[in-house]
Write a protein that binds this ligand. Structure first.
Ligand code: NCD
Length: 305
């Protein structure tokens, strides 16, 4: 059922309803119990990364190898024929002949959707400009459900660059399927974009937009922090003004609930002080672990015959 519904791949978090999310979280949980298997033996995954990546590309590749499959790909547009002027469409039409599924990251917001129009094999959006990063959001939910428990009833703060941060767009779309209270915390100029807010309003999600996180720290179950997305700023001086806007420090933890958890998709730059890392409440490195079972689950669903 999942395979049929997602036959074009995973382009946006909007493809998922609550049932789909619960299904893939269950599959992610099951994948934690089997480290290696031969489920995708003989299958080939292509990873086409036109933008930098550490966790997303390596965890997709590791997940594919752990399922017994193989990987081809490139980690920069500079080493592919895109550099010679080839279009994304022609690249996709070619790579389709060499692989069973394509994971793609690109700086253009509509890139993954566009790519999916030129191929019959599934496309997985591994980050499309400031738009979306749906598989990161799925692994974020796996992290929360495994480390805290069911999503319904949680108070979740989402903080940082909410305008350009693609992970928070996908995360809030997925969360709109649950009964959660969201606090969007950002500088005024980096608030959630109207189109994202409109979607959440249509889905009747409970949210508030605020700037000072200290006011609500004591009620949060989860705080999901993000980096100010330097590469998306047109004006670098604007970035310089905002880059230190939030710095979560060790003493901030004193105001949090006992079972509070701090998440971050990483890379972290300045926004979480390194001394926070030692706290049990800081689970962003555990979060990187959950990328493997979640991506194994996704690859298995899309590629098993
Ligand atoms: C994020 C991304 O690329 O959008 N990283 C990731 O995939 N874990 C977050 C970011 O770059 O800030």
């Amino acid at each position: 059922m999942f395979k049929e519904k997602f036959s074009e791949g995973i382009i946006t978090a909007k493809q998922f309803d609550r049932e789909d999310i619960e299904y893939i979280l269950k599959k992610g949980n099951e994948m934690m119990k089997i480290k290696n298997s031969n489920l995708l033996h003989g299958k080939i995954l292509a990873t086409l990364f036109f933008e930098p990546s550490t966790r997303t590309r390596l965890s997709f590749e590791s997940a594919m190898y752990r399922l017994g499959g193989n990987v081809i790909g490139f980690h920069s547009g500079d080493v592919s024929s895109i550099k010679k002027g080839e279009t994304i469409a022609d690249t996709i039409r070619t790579v389709e002949n060499y692989s069973d599924c394509i994971v793609m990251r690109h700086s253009l917001e509509g890139a993954a959707r566009m790519a999916s129009k030129f191929t019959k094999i599934p496309i997985i959006n591994a980050g499309s400009g400031s738009g979306e990063h749906p598989t990161q959001a799925l692994l974020d939910l796996l992290t929360i459900t495994e480390e805290i428990g069911p999503l319904d009833g949680l108070n979740i703060g989402i903080m940082g660059d909410l305008k350009y941060g693609r992970t928070v767009h996908s995360l809030s779309i997925l969360l709109s399927n649950f009964d959660v209270n969201i606090y969007f915390i950002s500088p005024e100029s980096l608030r959630m974009r109207n189109r994202d807010i409109d979607f959440l309003q249509q889905h009747k999600i409970q949210y508030k937009e605020i700037t000072n996180y200290r006011k609500i720290l004591n009620i949060l179950d989860v705080l999901y922090m993000t980096r100010i997305q330097k590469e998306r700023f047109v004006d670098i001086e604007e970035y310089e003004k905002l880059k230190n806007f939030y710095i979560f420090r060790e003493d901030d933890l004193d105001d949090t609930k006992d079972n509070f958890k701090l998440l971050h998709p990483l890379p972290r730059v300045l926004e979480i002080s390194p001394e926070v890392d030692a706290s049990k409440k800081a689970i962003y490195f555990k979060q990187t672990f959950y990328g493997i079972p979640m991506r194994k689950a996704i690859l298995a669903e899309l590629m098993t015959d």
